[in-house]
Design a protein. Structure first.
Lengths: 550, 66
């Protein structure tokens, strides 16, 4: 791919703006609370777009286009089944506990609801997961730079990480959130013309229907068996593994995204944040998945759209979007498209680093190392953690080079850490009898069960490091099954141990458990300020899309 | 200075500059078909102006309330 001065100018302009936002906000960031929590002062429209953008990392943009080419429309399940419903649940049912409890992080909520050891376990596992995800984002961008611009991998990693470091170091969470919103618009406006041009070249919707295998043009057909659909997943694993466990585990308990809602100005805004974010989320498949399907139609009609092979000799689906950009965009808009990819990387990486900052500073450092230091002290610890987080991400990026499909890898990580976590929150919020001991051992058992299941099964040559007791059709199917097994083990172990141990007294659980929290009813609210009504609208639109693309 | 802290102003400036760059490049370069840059430049510029107007309106309201 040949870039011209106009393309480089747009990339440079973007770098200038993201770094500029950091410098601009520097003067407003004075305390640890400002740096790590944005002083809970961010308007609703910003928190909503940041909520969706924090998830719109490189692995999302590149990975979803890759999955679109690999699995077709089935990939939309990651949105309509694997995101939207959980986002509505978070807004309507869970956010009142997170925001109302005044917890500064998800692990801190666990401390309030359960105990210190459950918090520490979650904080440590979350910290590992965020730097791992951040490293994957970094890896994706460096590979992209190497492939399309011919830059050295090592140089790309260090330079790109440096830019994220500057603006997160200067402006903290507020800077990351502001840039996430800029990145959201850039990704949408930078990739939308690609979909339009690609669709027109492919012969419109009719061209897609005629040139793409029918088996890739549905959402639910062939879900009776893993052998009958390109995803290699059966309906039960999909609904329970992705739709329930992974979706709720990620969107309802992952501090990276929930943090964007927790910095809202009031509880109603915090509740509406994920639900308003769900509206653009419903339409994101048009931007990130459709290019993967369009390239299949273009491959049938034109030469030059074939995807290159990766190091293992297999088709490198992660190159779907870069190939589309190089073939369909002329210089100028090509610079915008490349900048959009860079933005997606930065969005993912900065999101992870800022969440890592908060959890490390509040839940590990303040909780275990230095309890009673000044605000200024935690401000500096937050800054130092930013630097450490970026350095660990760089190390992780090299590890990520060993895997092919980024999305499969990410699902694998989520299934180890997040899948059991939702059982812990669900029981904690809706069953007052749940105890700290139950939660801790449940989490430990669930995570262990996830690792063991991965070690005893194989998919696409991965897993089976203990023994090969079962072969899955795809890595995605393996991840979904690991998720529901981990969830079930955590749920059962938590319930049993809770029944055998002494629960907290009711008065300590007010505001933390559903049955012990007074219900807030405000009949004066107009419908668009009511999270429940907004949630119902979101779910109806999602249902409609599922019917249309059945 | 307050305007600089308004995210709409920052986003508006960015897209207006990118839009104008694309428009200028589209009109003054003869290499390849430049219609994509022209219509994308127009859309980006319009989006940028809308964001700037929203920022301006917000600032005006704030000043009135003060």
């Amino acid at each position: 791919m040949q870039l011209h001065y106009i393309d480089y100018s747009i990339i440079a302009l973007y770098f200038l703006f993201v770094v500029g936002v950091g410098f601009l906000l520097k003067s407003k960031i004075k305390t640890g609370n400002d740096f790590l929590m944005s002083n809970r002062s961010i308007p609703l429209w910003i928190t909503s777009l940041a909520f969706i953008s924090a998830n719109l990392g490189a692995q999302e943009v590149l990975g979803m286009a890759a999955s679109g080419a690999k699995y077709g429309f089935y990939t939309a399940h990651f949105y309509w089944l694997g995101a939207v419903i959980a986002m509505v649940f978070l807004g309507v049912f869970m956010m009142p506990f997170y925001y109302g409890s005044k917890a500064r992080s998800i692990p801190e909520y666990l401390k309030l609801r359960y105990d210190e050891k459950t918090r520490t376990f979650n904080a440590l596992s979350f910290a590992v997961m965020t730097v791992f995800s951040s490293g994957i984002s970094l890896y994706a961008l460096a590979m992209l730079m190497q492939t399309i611009l011919g830059w050295d991998f090592n140089l790309s990693v260090w330079m790109a990480a440096g830019i994220v470091l500057i603006y997160t170091f200067l402006g903290g969470l507020t800077s990351a959130v502001y840039n996430e919103v800029l990145q959201f618009f850039l990704i949408v406006l930078g990739i939308a013309p690609l979909v339009f041009i690609g669709l027109r070249k492919a012969g419109g919707w009719q061209g897609i229907m005629h040139n793409v295998d029918n088996v890739k043009l549905h959402l639910w057909r062939g879900m009776d068996s893993a052998a009958h659909n390109p995803m290699g997943v059966d309906g039960v694993s999909l609904i329970f593994g992705l739709g329930f466990v992974l979706a709720f585990g990620y969107w309802c308990t992952d501090f990276l995204v929930v943090q964007r809602a927790m910095i809202s100005r009031n509880q109603n805004d915090a509740q509406r944040t994920p639900i308003i974010a769900a509206f653009p989320k419903i339409f994101m498949p048009l931007i990130v998945i459709l290019p993967g399907i369009i390239i299949l139609a273009l491959q049938k009609q034109f030469t030059g759209f074939a995807l290159p092979a990766n190091a293992n000799g297999a088709v490198d689906y992660n190159m779907t979007l870069p190939v589309m950009l190089s073939k369909l965009y002329p210089s100028g808009i090509l610079g915008v498209g490349i900048t959009a990819l860079i933005a997606s990387f930065m969005s993912g990486m900065a999101g992870n680093v800022t969440a890592f900052n908060t959890v490390w500073t509040f839940d590990i450092y303040q909780s275990h190392i230095n309890k009673n230091a000044s605000e200024k002290h935690y401000f500096y610890v937050g800054k130092a953690t930013t630097v450490a987080g970026i350095l660990i991400s760089i190390a992780t990026a090299y590890f990520a080079r060993r895997f092919n499909n980024i999305m499969d890898l990410l699902q694998l990580v989520f299934s180890f850490v997040n899948a059991p976590l939702f059982a812990t929150f669900f029981l904690g919020m809706f069953w007052k009898r749940t105890t700290g001991h139950g939660a801790f051992w449940g989490l430990l058992s669930g995570t262990t069960a996830a690792a063991l299941t991965y070690g005893l099964t194989v998919a696409e040559g991965k897993g089976g490091w203990i023994a090969n007791m079962h072969m899955f059709y795809s890595g995605t199917s393996q991840a979904f099954n690991i998720a529901w097994i981990a969830f079930s083990v955590c749920f059962i172990v938590t319930a049993i141990i809770s029944l055998l141990t002494k629960p907290k007294p009711n008065e300590q659980l007010a505001g933390l458990v559903y049955s012990l929290t007074p219900k807030q009813k405000d009949h004066s609210k107009v419908w668009y300020k009511n999270p429940l009504w907004l949630g119902i609208i979101v779910l109806l639109i999602t249902l409609l899309f599922n019917i249309i693309f059945f | 200075m307050n305007k600089l802290f308004d995210l709409r102003f920052v986003i508006g400036c960015f897209f207006l500059i990118v839009g104008v760059l694309l428009l200028l490049y589209g009109f003054f370069t003869t290499v390849h078909d430049q219609s994509v840059n022209q219509w994308c430049g127009s859309i980006f510029s319009i989006f940028g102006i809308v964001m700037l107007l929203l920022s301006y309106r917000n600032n005006t309201n704030d000043n009135t309330n003060d």
